[in-house]
Design a protein around this ligand. Structure first.
Ligand SMILES: Nc1ncnc2c1ncn2[C@@H]1O[C@H](COP(=O)(O)OP(=O)(O)OP(=O)(O)O)[C@@H](O)[C@H]1O
Length: 280
């Protein structure tokens, strides 16, 4: 299943993100320093070219914060995020715009990334034209090519997000991301809200996109069986730290960390040898 080489496209080292918690007026008056919450604590991992890397862990373990740090929706406090050798942890301007183009987020709810008032075609075209993508000067062919790539008929271009099913909307969100020519997709619970049969179809799409376009994918999910289905490797997070990382088979069949064992015990059957069965 894996086509991954060992060359990292992203290498994260010692990443830390703290959030300042709300300070009561009384505490301010008393001179009590604001409290902080360490959302991710010394996180290191790499995403190899053409690899699907899973990120698992219970709610609040820091998975989304890792994604938001990579795309710089939040700025990490310390550490390094090497994108093809350039540390983008603190870059701004054109370097940040380019890093964000190359790393596209796919969210659980496509409404966060799709404008409900725009037709699907206009949204896809706008993304491509903003980033001056090759082919975007021929709108019809550009849009229908991307729709075809995500398994939607060309006629979808004329529809608005509310007219589509959840699975179709997620395909549109993926097409819009592909329109900017990314190297990396970061899927944050991208299939979690969908029915199992639709989940299977979308997971197959992610694998096809990796295989056909050579994309690297960071796949965040609390559903271990979903990760077992698509990931070459998985990283397990607990309380802001990566406690274990390895091939999907190794981590799920021979976990080394006590927390991974706990997580596996709480989720039935993520065994990768049983792919395409029901998800937990
Ligand atoms: N903007 C913020 N301000 C304060 N605390 C935050 C902020 N964003 C995240 N946190 C806290 O950081 C920790 C990690 O949150 P994060 O959303 O990354 O976890 P997660 O593993 O993605 O969980 P979920 O699956 O529920 O989204 C949580 O304790 C969360 O409450």
């Amino acid at each position: 299943m894996s086509t991954s080489g060992a060359t990292p496209i992203i290498a994260v080292e010692g990443l830390v993100k703290r959030f300042h918690l709300r300070h009561s007026m009384l505490d301010s008056l008393r001179g009590v320093p604001p409290k902080t919450h360490v959302a991710i604590d010394n996180v290191s991992f790499s995403l190899n070219r053409g690899e699907i890397l899973g990120l698992a862990g219970q709610s609040g373990s820091g998975k989304s914060t890792v994604a938001r740090c990579l795309t710089r929706l939040v700025t990490p406090d310390s550490g390094m995020i090497n994108l093809d050798g350039e540390d983008i942890r603190a870059v701004g301007g054109a370097s940040l715009r380019e890093a964000r183009r190359r790393m596209q987020m796919i969210y659980q709810d496509p409404y966060t990334s799709l404008n409900p008032r725009m037709t699907v075609g206009a949204a896809i075209l706008e993304a491509g034209q903003v980033h001056r993508q090759p082919g975007s000067e021929h709108p019809q062919a550009f849009v229908s090519g991307l729709l075809e790539q995500v398994g939607l008929p060309a006629g979808t271009a004329l529809r608005r997000p509310r007219e589509l099913s959840g699975g179709q909307r997620q395909r549109v969100a993926i097409a819009r991301s592909l329109a900017v020519g990314p190297d990396i997709l970061i899927a944050d619970e991208a299939v979690s809200a969908l029915d199992v049969s639709v989940q299977v179809q979308l997971l197959n799409l992610f694998v096809d996109l990796r295989d056909q376009l050579g994309l690297s994918i960071l796949f965040i999910s609390h559903q271990l069986a979903v990760l077992a289905e698509v990931c070459d490797r998985v990283a397990i997070m607990n309380r802001g730290r990566i406690v274990e990382i390895g091939t999907t088979t190794d981590v799920f069949t021979n976990p080394q960390d006590a927390y991974t064992r706990e997580l596996l015990a709480a989720h039935p059957d993520p065994d990768p040898s049983r792919r395409n069965k029901e998800f937990a």
